[in-house]
Design a protein around this ligand. Structure first.
Ligand SMILES: NC(=O)c1ccc[n+]([C@@H]2O[C@H](COP(=O)([O-])OP(=O)(O)OC[C@H]3O[C@@H](n4cnc5c(N)ncnc54)[C@H](O)[C@@H]3O)[C@@H](O)[C@H]2O)c1
Length: 327
């Protein structure tokens, strides 16, 4: 049985990944500083395979001590200040957590013989696709246009190119597509979730730059990709990078609206013209499919449906609650 340390476990992806890993026989030690609270982890509290530790990844001394005392087979590193607006709002904190915090964990993992290390990165690293390209892939140049993506690229670069490669460490970078779907720590600041919520509540939605492309992936499938990487042969994942998503799940914003309108025909949408968007990219997910046999189980319309039904059933007392937003 693998014992894994999951940082950022109380977050949007972390709280879904916790459930999936527990259900698949992993021992999960959830680490988080609970900046958005910890209610998302309550339903795992009674599980003997689950433990929680409240720790800040920037506290290098405590991180070192904690890793020295525990024998982990893997670290899944999700904890971060997440998203362009949240990083732009507090640049010093973003640097401290996303850069220094990540390096603390990498250093402590290597020192304490934690073999597997998964770093949560993002397809935002690609920035704008060149006009003659159809899809960007893992070999395409990276052109981050925000502090958030810049810091992800820097940490990736350290993992993939700067640390000395050897058999005792097996790190993998995963570039997630923009995530959607329900989670115990809900986020309504992600495109599919936000658009669905606003239109479900009968509000007029302003859409800026409806023609721009982005890839999307359901939060359950992201968690599943993490599990697949944890159990993959080392030779396939060591010092490697994978986009996580599916080729057919690249959408323009107007295509997402088109899917929502199938459920809410009277939805009010106002398109606001934008000639340029520094993040306009269609991503290829061929590598993770070919090498790790990763397949998604849900598509954007499934996510829209699940959010709509949860909202309509009254599961959210206050969908505008500030804790559903990172900035
Ligand atoms: N959600 C997406 O669309 C998306 C896309 C690409 C990549 N990612 C990456 O996936 C990871 C998880 O994203 P998410 O959407 O779950 O975000 P989230 O904001 O919901 O979760 C982040 C978690 O990290 C914790 N955290 C923040 N600073 C910490 C610190 N100093 N010490 C300990 N814990 C800390 C927070 O309390 C929170 O629970 C992030 O690394 C993010 O960059 C997310």
């Amino acid at each position: 049985m693998q014992k894994v340390l999951l940082t950022g476990a109380a977050g949007y992806i972390g709280s879904v990944a916790t459930a999936l890993l527990l259900n698949n026989g992993f021992k999960v030690v959830a680490l988080d500083n609970l900046m958005y609270g910890g209610e998302s982890l309550l339903s795992y509290w009674h599980n003997p395979m689950f433990k929680f530790i409240k720790l800040d990844i920037t506290d290098i001394k405590s991180i070192r001590e904690f890793l020295k005392k525990n024998n982990f087979d893997a670290i899944i590193h999700l904890a971060a200040i997440v998203g362009d607006p949240a990083c732009a709002k507090n640049k010093d904190l973003a640097y401290k957590v996303n850069m220094e915090g990540s390096l603390n964990l990498i250093e402590a993992a290597i020192k304490n013989g934690v073999k597997r290390f998964i770093f949560a990165s993002t397809c935002s690293n690609y920035g704008k696709m060149s006009p003659d390209e159809h899809f960007v892939d893992e070999n395409s140049p990276l052109a981050p246009v925000s502090l958030y993506a810049e810091l992800k690229v820097k940490v990736e670069n350290i993992i993939l190119n700067e640390i000395e490669k050897n058999d005792t460490f097996c790190p993998t970078c995963l570039r997630f597509a923009t995530v959607y779907g329900l989670s115990p720590r809900m986020r309504f600041d992600l495109t599919v979730n936000e658009f669905t919520k606003e239109l479900a509540l009968g509000r007029e939605l302003q859409v800026f730059g409806e023609q721009f492309w982005r890839p999307y992936c359901h939060v359950y499938d992201i968690a599943n990709a993490i599990k697949i990487v944890l159990t993959a042969e080392e030779t396939k994942v060591a010092y490697n990078v994978f986009n996580v998503g599916e080729d057919e799940e690249n959408y323009q914003k107007k295509m997402i609206i088109g899917e929502i309108i199938k459920f809410i025909p009277n939805a009010m949408v106002k398109y606001i013209f934008k000639a340029e968007d520094p993040r306009d990219y269609r991503v290829s997910f061929k590598k993770i499919k070919d090498i790790l046999n990763f397949k998604i189980t849900k598509k954007v319309p499934d996510g829209i449906y699940e959010i709509l039904t949860a909202l309509n059933a009254g599961l959210f007392n206050n969908p505008d609650f500030g804790g559903f937003y990172n900035a």
